[in-house]
Design a protein around this ligand. Structure first.
Ligand code: ADP
Ligand code: MG
Ligand code: MG
Length: 952
């Protein structure tokens, strides 16, 4: 790794002690670094190089590579010669800025900034104003003529250096600052005078001494080296490690952090100076307008930290029109170069605009879709890029719930709409509590004054985040947007008291555990829980997905069991139903008793009687679905689950039986009560003669109905049946086509229901294309058996209805043997549909629930399996069987249609495999259809790459 990067002749090798031989180049000036090598330079460094090289106004600086970081973290200290190189580059900065590092007349100050190949916002550290000490401070005061500014920079440096290099907690400094402001009646940091900041710096230096036992190093190079080392170490800090684990950032994606040393520019030099962050387009709405926030007379993190509430960039057009024009020009040049929305940091020093960072903007799904369509239409990007730049899973956000528009709850307060979507949950005031309560299954909303990177686990646990301070680019807002969670920030009407675990807003007191609803789209905060509704398609999404359909080879169908699901699937763009599970219809409360009657029937005739009652019900269901799909194919799976799934459990029945028996004993005893009483105490019954008589009479009536007997007999019969049906391993038991063979009348009824529904549609002039699918097949003989039922029904129905039926007959592929016998199955089956949930269970010999609850997590963390094969299709094992089945099936029947209807059908990476394996379609749940459509297009666009990387 170390030596594989650009070797530059003339340096010294790491391995060789000799300085004569070439060694890795560890330091690159912004003007020379290879902007395409983010692994080596980190994203921030690579982009600083790119911006410098295309002529944007970036302060001069250089990058120390991730390779240097890794060498340092191996424990051997900084690579040999590194600091010498750093000195050479500092000398170059001195030439460019006309300032000197450590010089008391005209000091050069730098920032030391982290940045790895993957953006990890706020996870690692940056030190500003490095190079200050008691002497250079005086130089800064003299050259700027601005003592207030210089002391402000000084106290920031002391705190940052103390925190990042020496690990001194922020609290120590923040408390001193707060006390100081109170003492001097200053509302904000900017209200402090030069003298006050000077005194504050003294306090800060004292804190530093007390906490570390020595004084702040004054030698700038010593400061620089310590800072570089600290930034390198922050790569392995707990925060960064947790973040990488959560977002699955592997070594292949980012390995080590680079360090960027950048000449300081100052946004805190007065009212013609400012600092801010911007997006080239609105990351929440996609609107093509520069978007962001800024603060005048402020430095670095002030905007993000929420110390003061920043101003929207639109205001700059009025406040500083000249600079606003510069900003718009910067925006245009960034987009033209990157062909992507940029998220950038800028600082204005005395009227001059500098760009300090840029990276691809993280947007919500809606904004991604809108910008894709607009950038294409604006000629900035190609159709391919418009499709490829959106990760399909992101579209899931488009189906995030919004508040039920009919709700009439009055908001408690309004903050900034920082990340869209609505959610409810119980209030928690810190990240640890959020985590604890969420683990117990509670939905929580994290409510804080502001959030910091160390709160990250609270974000993972929470449904939504609410802060009382900070803007739309505050930490809370950025992190929540990245995660697609609703966030309202800067809701300053809420006063939070973490110690008392309560918050107060306009006279309402909220306690921890109270329900609250926030709407990140409007910024509103509501008391209690408000129902939410699903999102609707918007025109740009329809456009983008129509482009995807043009490109894709795979068709996208949906799994839908009811007419309502079917309608939704069509609305999402499914071109058919790939899986309609008939048993879902059986479970309807009105139908279940009939289904149970059918199961309990002791004779074929009795079973037929029950099935005769089910037939019209199923026929009506199918007809409604065919109508909803109007001519698109509808794949109906014949009954699949074992029959005991439609009966209560044995323990439930035993419980009811014992209660019924008890009831019988009780009524008998109560009926005997008057006689018993008369026998024991002849006086007593006289007083109660009337009521006892009545009781006796009604009990006689009750027992004459034999209600309890009937109930009991029924329960006992059911229990007997449950015992009879009970299986050691139901997953591998009496289910699927095996039921169709042992109880042909069940399949007969279903086949008739499907074909009669189709015949009725034809009569009514509605197109219907049913596809009859047989589950759990492992041999052609099974298919043959069912095919005979189908043929018989077809002949009968066509004759009775006088119509020609147009349908297909096919097999599910979910048994390993089915894949191995694909050629013979294809002689009967016109289509195959892989049921990859069961096929995965069968291929691994894992039962899903047991695997996921017991050992799979350890398999994954331990690296035995790369991923959960029930989420991401196992291309090497299950995929191999699929490819075999496709090949042999098509060998026997060249026009065999092949699809997948397991959950993997909605998983982008699995869809990519399905494309590669030559499937015709994927079928997934309706809300996943947009994801699958985009993934299918990307699979086509990336097909070459796939073949080369996965199977050789
Ligand atoms: P992060 O990755 O957390 O954003 P950065 O390295 O970008 O950290 O720096 C933190 C803040 O300091 C940012 O607001 C950035 O713009 C500012 N900053 C960094 N370097 C300089 C510099 N040389 N001059 C002025 N401001 C700087
Ligand atoms: Mg930054
Ligand atoms: Mg199955």
């Amino acid at each position: 790794m170390l030596l594989s990067h650009d070797l530059e002749p003339g340096g010294a090798s790491l391995r060789s002690p000799s300085a004569e031989i070439a060694r890795s180049k560890f330091v690159y000036a912004f003007a020379e670094g290879d902007a395409s090598d983010k692994m080596l330079l980190g994203g921030k460094g690579a982009n600083l190089c790119a911006m410098t090289q295309i002529g944007l106004n970036v302060p001069p600086g250089f990058v120390i590579t991730t390779a240097a970081c890794l060498a340092y973290l191996e424990g051997k200290g900084l690579p040999e010669g590194l600091m010498a190189d750093v000195r050479l580059h500092i000398a170059e900065l001195e030439r460019k800025t006309d300032k000197r590092f450590g010089d008391e007349a005209n000091p050069l100050l730098v920032s030391v900034r982290s940045g790895s190949a993957m953006s990890m916002p706020g996870m690692m550290d940056t030190i500003l104003n490095l190079g200050l000490n008691a002497r250079t401070l005086q130089g800064l005061i003299r050259t700027t003529g601005n003592a207030r500014f210089a002391y402000d920079a000084w106290r920031r440096f002391i705190q940052l250096f103390g925190k990042i290099v020496m690990g001194i907690a922020d609290d120590a400094f923040d408390d001193a600052m707060a006390a100081f402001k109170r003492q001097h009646g200053a509302a904000q940091d900017v209200d402090l005078t030069a003298d006050q900041l000077k005194a504050l710096s003294e306090q800060f230096l004292e804190i530093y001494r007390k906490e570390t036992g020595h004084s702040l190093p004054s030698d700038p190079y010593e400061q620089l080296q310590l800072a570089i080392e600290a930034v390198f170490r922050s790569w392995n800090g707990k925060r960064a490690v947790d973040y990488r684990r959560q977002f699955r950032i592997t070594k292949e994606m980012a390995n080590g952090t680079a360090v960027n040393v950048v000449a300081m520019v100052f946004g805190n030099m007065g009212e013609d100076s400012a600092t801010g962050v911007g997006f080239t387009r609105n990351p929440a709405t996609g609107e093509n307008a520069i978007y962001g926030e800024y603060l005048t007379n402020a430095q670095g993190e002030d905007v993000v930290a929420g110390i003061r509430t920043p101003k929207p960039i639109a205001e700059m057009a009025r406040e500083m029109p000249g600079l606003y024009r510069q900003l718009v020009e910067l925006r245009d040049r960034l987009e033209t170069h990157y062909k992507e929305i940029q998220d950038f940091e800028f600082t204005i020093e005395k009227g001059r605009l500098y760009c300090l960072q840029t990276r691809n903007g993280k947007m919500n799904a809606r904004a991604m879709v809108i910008t894709s369509v607009e950038m294409l239409e604006g000629g900035l990007i190609s159709k391919e890029r418009a499709l490829m730049r959106i990760a399909p899973m992101l579209l899931e956000q488009l189906l995030v719930p919004t508040l039920d528009p009919a709700h009439r709850v009055k908001p408690l307060a309004q903050g900034l709409p920082a990340s869209p979507g609505a959610a409810s949950g119980r209030i928690v005031f810190d990240a640890d509590t959020a985590e604890q309560r969420a683990t117990l299954g509670e939905k929580v909303v994290l409510v804080r004054e502001e959030t910091k990177p160390e709160d990250i686990h609270g974000f993972f646990a929470a449904q939504a985040v609410l802060t009382s301070r900070g803007g739309k680019t505050s930490h809370a807002a950025v992190v929540a947007r990245g995660m697609g969670k609703p966030c309202v920030s800067g809701c300053d009407a809420i006063r939070i008291d973490v110690r008392e675990r309560c918050a107060e807003v306009g006279g309402t007191l909220l306690h921890e555990g109270d329900l609250i609803t926030i709407d990140g789209t409007t910024g509103n905060v509501y008391p209690g829980q408000i129902p939410t509704v699903e999102a609707e398609f918007f025109p740009e999404l329809a456009t983008l997905l129509s482009w995807a359909d043009e490109v894709a080879r795979l068709g996208v169908l949906a799994n839908a069991d009811t007419p309502r699901d079917a309608a939704r699937a069509r609305q999402y763009g499914a071109i058919g139903i790939g899986l309609c599970r008939t048993e879902r219809m059986f479970n309807d409360t009105q139908r279940l008793p009939i289904v149970q009657e059918m199961i309990l029937a002791d004779t074929v005739d009795a079973r037929r009687a029950a099935l005769d009652r089910l037939l019209p019900i199923q026929r009506a269901d199918f007809k409604a679905i065919f109508k909803a799909m109007a001519g698109l194919p509808v794949t109906v799976r014949l009954l699949d689950p074992p029959m005991h799934e439609f009966l209560p459990t044995a323990s439930q029945l035993e419980f009811e039986i014992s209660h019924l028996r008890h009831l019988q004993r009780l009524t008998r005893s109560v009926a005997e009560l008057p006689d018993t009483l008369r026998l024991l105490d002849p006086e007593l019954p006289r007083d109660y003669v009337e009521s006892l008589g009545k009781l006796q009479q009604s009990l006689v009536q009750y027992r004459a109905t034999h209600r309890d007997d009937t109930l009991l007999t029924r329960r006992e019969a059911m229990l007997k049946k449950v015992h009879l049906l009970s299986e050691v391993n139901p997953m591998l038991g009496h289910r699927g086509v095996r039921l169709g063979i042992t109880y042909p009348e069940i399949y007969e009824m279903q086949i008739r229901a499907i074909l009669e529904a189709a015949a009725e549609c034809v009569q009514e002039g509605i197109q219907a294309h049913p596809e009859i699918m047989v589950p759990q097949v492992c041999d052609a003989a099974e298919l043959k058996h069912v095919k005979a039922l189908v043929d018989a029904a077809k002949a009968d129905i066509e004759a009775r209805y006088g119509v020609a039926l147009n349908f297909k007959f096919g097999s599910m592929m979910e048994a390993v043997r089915a894949c191995l016998r694909a050629a013979s199955l294809a002689e009967l089956a016109e289509f195959f549909s892989f049921g990859t949930n069961d096929l995965t269970q069968a291929t691994f010999s894992f039962s899903r629930e047991d695997a996921e609850n017991k050992f799979l997590p350890q398999y994954i963390t331990g690296g035995i399996l790369p991923e959960n094969p029930f989420e991401a299709l196992d291309v090497e094992g299950v995929g191999r069987l699929m490819r075999l089945a496709v090949k042999e099936g098509r060998g026997a029947r060249p026009d065999l249609v092949v699809g997948i209807c397991g959950e993997h059908g909605g998983h982008p990476e699995s869809i990519r495999f399905c494309h590669y394996a030559g499937l015709d379609y994927v079928s997934c749940s309706a809300p996943r259809v947009p994801i699958a459509r985009l993934a299918a297009a990307q699979a086509k666009l990336r097909e070459k790459e796939y073949a080369a990387t996965v199977f050789v």
